[in-house]
Unconditional design. Structure first.
Length: 267
């Protein structure tokens, strides 16, 4: 079988909020392509539609509130319109999500260990002991101290930064084809930011996972991304390789975004 060039292809994606008075558009005409092992940075001002785009790709909107139009191909398989049961077999295993707010990623009433082990077991044939070992290894990779004791804790017992790293360990442990990372490092100090970025970089290099990286931090984008898409008011206004974007931004809005980044004055 011929290998597909793109792991993820988003074509003409439109997302509408449903209301009695009619539909309002949240994002329009989004086209994105991700190759194996590639990092696509998604930047743009607050409210420009980055999270809506990733939520639509993951099919996490409730159909009664939001309508998603267009095509989302993951390894050639159409995700848009897939029923929830099928989507559950895709999420976590083939396409993983690192959310902006780590608290939302966990169920408060179960320990981290229970949730981690059950997620691994629902996608593999491993027994509990094997799944626990895998969870411990995955947590070590993101610099979490004493993973065995973290497994016994409940989400509220961990700090936001620790939960963020648990979620990244979660997302990466099954070597998904695509990882969507929505501001994965914002809750972290500089040292752990570096650790997490390095870990994501290793995953893409070792397993060929493609990463859709949403970030306000242009330093993170410059370090990690191969391609960058710039969003504004629900649309992509510019999409190019990372060097071209930083050196020769075309769109006025991109120029503004680049100009507004904080500069370190070393003098
Ligand atoms: N579940 C939802 N239902 C309806 N509208 C939504 C939903 N999620 C987001 N929106 C709206 O869609 C628009 C885009 O929001 P989105 O969260 O995608 O922006 P963003 O670019 O990710 O911003 P930020 O950088 O602040 O996270 C906003 O006007 C927001 O209010």
């Amino acid at each position: 079988m011929k290998k597909l060039e793109h792991i993820l292809q988003v074509k003409n994606l439109h997302v509408y909020k449903k209301a009695a008075s009619g539909h309002t558009s949240l994002v329009q005409n989004i086209n994105l392509n991700l190759k194996r092992g590639e990092v696509l940075g998604l930047i743009g001002e607050s409210g420009s539609g980055k999270t809506v785009t990733s939520t639509a790709i993951l099919q996490l909107f409730q159909q009664k509130n939001v309508h998603v139009d267009g095509s989302i191909l993951l390894n050639g398989k159409e995700l848009n319109g897939l029923d929830e049961k099928e989507m559950r077999t895709v999420r976590g295993k083939e396409i993983a999500f690192i959310m902006q707010n780590p608290m939302n990623a966990f169920t408060p009433v179960f320990t981290i260990g229970h949730q981690f082990v059950e997620t691994i077991r629902s996608h593999t044939k491993w027994n509990k002991k094997q799944a626990r070992e895998m969870a411990v290894e995955a947590m070590k990779a993101v610099n979490l101290p004493d993973p065995a004791s973290i497994l016994k804790q409940y989400p509220f017992q961990l700090s936001g930064g620790m939960l963020q790293r648990v979620m990244i360990a979660f997302a990466a442990c099954l070597n998904p084809a695509v990882i969507i990372a929505d501001e994965p490092t914002t809750a972290l100090d500089v040292y752990n930011q570096k650790k997490v970025l390095l870990h994501l970089n290793n995953i893409r290099a070792d397993y060929g996972s493609a990463i859709l990286l949403i970030s306000h931090d242009l330093g993170v984008i410059a370090e990690m991304a191969d391609q960058v898409a710039v969003m504004r008011k629900g649309e992509i206004v510019e999409q190019t390789d990372v060097f071209k974007l930083f050196d020769y931004p075309k769109h006025e809005y991109t120029k503004k975004v680049l100009q507004s980044r904080p500069m370190l004055n070393l003098d």
